[in-house]
Structures are given as structure tokens and as C-alpha cells.
Design a protein around this ligand. Structure first.
Ligand code: R5P
Length: 266
């Protein structure tokens, strides 16, 4: 791995722990102004201390995030669809590598849609993105997207999708947690982080998922809704961070969450 690429990655994945807490706020690129993400700049402010990186689009980066912020940015560079259509798999590349470099991105991210109508184009787009990224030492995060078909999230499917992403050159992969997740990680030659998915019923559910993912070999999370749609987002990300970097169990993390929550209420 070239020095520049390694250096960029090491800003996202903390060298001391080999783990990362990425905060995903890119949802608006096909979902519009989601609840609690209406003003992304305001949403992230109280969460930055416990986030190792932000994942976002260039529009939000340029308009909502101060350029003085010393935080690595993972730039989503795919899009072109909206939630109003049934098939979300027809994404294309939205952002040039020149623009990613201009924005001082620490990585670029795009979705692939394995098994969906847009499969071929999205995988070829990933390969092309990697070609361009290797030229400038830019890490590529492939997101194994499932569109509206959340039921696809099992180890067989996600293992296939992650492996395909790695085979096409992604430097790290973002996928969903599922039963048998160690199989997904074992057969994927690059590091995996998990998305949180839709907000889970309880905070403890999210802590369990993060803990189980780390135990199964994930190097971290790239979580959005389960953090910023929480009633106490700052307490939530603090607890998730402690699971990822300090090895807290879900129960210990929940205790930390409750303590941080009480302080926030005072
Ligand atoms: C999809 O909308 C984006 O790629 C998100 O970054 C990803 O789904 C992670 O966010 P969440 O934890 O809300 O699923």
C-alpha cells in the first residue's frame, strides 16, 4: 500500500486500536432531509469528539461543515437515485477524484448493488473509482447496499457482496451486521465496518449489535440513524466509541450511556 493511501487510512482507522467509529450523515443523497438530519452541521456538532471520521456528500461538506475542522472526511461519491423510485440500484459516480482531492477527502465511498438491476454498472463503477483512487493514493470504501430489500442482510449474501467489493479493489468495506458475521469477515480480505441500519427499538439493541460485530472481527462502525436519531445522541456515540475502542460490553456501554445521559439532563 502506498504511503499516501496508508496515511489517509490511518486518519480514519485509529492506529492505536486498529478500530474506527465513523459517523454517517450521507443519507440525504437519496433520502432527502431525514428526521434529525435536517441541519447536518448542527447534528454533528455535539458528536465530533467521539467520531473518528464523518461520512458525507460534498454538498453537505462544503455547506455545513467548517473547513477548519480537523476530522477525516469519507466522501460519498455515488448517487443519482431517490427514495421515490422502487429501484435504488441505478447509482452512478457523482463526484470526480479531482474534487475529492480538492476537498482533502481521506477516503471516497460508493455503493455496490449485488444481485440488483444496477449490479453490473455499480461494480464497474467501483472498479473505475479504484483505478482513479490508486492514482492519487485515495482509499475507497465500498458500501454493500441493499436498497429497500432489508431482508437480504444474511451472511451468505453479505459475504458474497463484501468479497466482490474487495476483489474489485475496495480498500475497506461497509456492510450490515448479521448472524454468522465472522464468516463475512473471514472471507473478506479487507477490513469491514458495519452500518447501523434503521433505528433499533432500544439503545441496548444497538450496543449489542456493535459489540457482536467487533467480536466477530469488524474493525468498527459507520453508524448514522442509531446515533443521531437517539434521544441522547452524544451519550450514544460515547458509548458506541467505548465498545469499539475500549472493548466495553453492551451492558457496560449501556451503563456509560445512562451516566452520560444523566449528566446531559442536568
Ligand atoms: C445510506 O444511507 C448510507 O450509506 C449510510 O451511511 C449508511 O446506511 C449508514 O448509516 P445507518 O447507520 O443509518 O444505516
Amino acid at each position: 500500500m502506498d504511503w499516501g493511501l496508508k496515511n489517509r487510512l490511518s486518519r480514519i482507522i485509529r492506529p492505536k486500536t486498529g478500530h474506527t467509529v465513523m459517523l454517517a450523515i450521507d443519507h440525504g443523497y437519496f433520502l432527502g432531509p431525514m428526521t434529525k438530519l435536517e441541519k447536518p452541521g448542527e447534528t454533528v456538532k455535539p458528536l465530533l469528539d467521539d467520531a473518528d471520521a464523518l461520512m458525507l456528500t460534498r454538498g453537505v461538506l462544503r455547506n455545513c461543515i467548517p473547513a477548519e475542522l480537523d476530522k477525516p472526511m469519507v466522501l460519498r461519491v455515488s448517487g443519482g437515485t431517490s427514495v421515490l423510485k422502487d429501484d435504488l440500484s441505478q447509482e452512478g459516480l457523482t463526484t470526480s477524484m479531482d474534487d475529492a482531492v480538492r476537498l482533502n477527502a481521506s477516503a471516497v465511498a460508493m455503493s455496490i448493488f449485488v444481485g440488483a438491476p444496477g449490479e453490473r454498472e455499480s461494480i464497474l463503477n467501483l472498479a473505475e473509482l479504484v483505478n482513479e483512487a490508486e492514482e492519487v493514493g485515495m482509499p475507497v470504501l465500498a458500501v454493500t447496499a441493499v436498497g429497500k430489500e432489508l431482508a437480504k442482510r444474511d451472511a451468505r449474501y453479505l459475504g458474497l457482496a463484501c468479497r466482490i467489493a474487495a476483489e474489485h479493489g475496495a480498500h475497506f468495506v461497509k456492510t450490515y451486521y448479521c448472524g454468522g458475521f465472522e464468516q463475512v469477515v473471514d472471507k473478506c480480505p479487507v477490513p469491514c465496518v458495519i452500518a447501523g441500519g434503521p433505528k433499533l427499538e432500544t439503545e441496548m439493541d444497538a450496543f449489542r449489535m456493535a459489540y457482536d460485530a467487533i467480536q466477530a472481527g469488524a474493525i468498527g462502525v459507520d453508524m448514522g440513524r442509531n446515533i443521531w436519531q437517539s434521544e441522547f445522541p452524544a451519550a450514544k456515540i460515547k458509548a458506541v466509541n467505548a465498545i469499539v475502542h475500549k472493548g466495553l460490553t453492551a451492558k457496560e456501554a449501556n451503563q456509560l450511556y445512562e451516566e452520560a445521559k444523566s449528566k446531559a439532563k442536568k
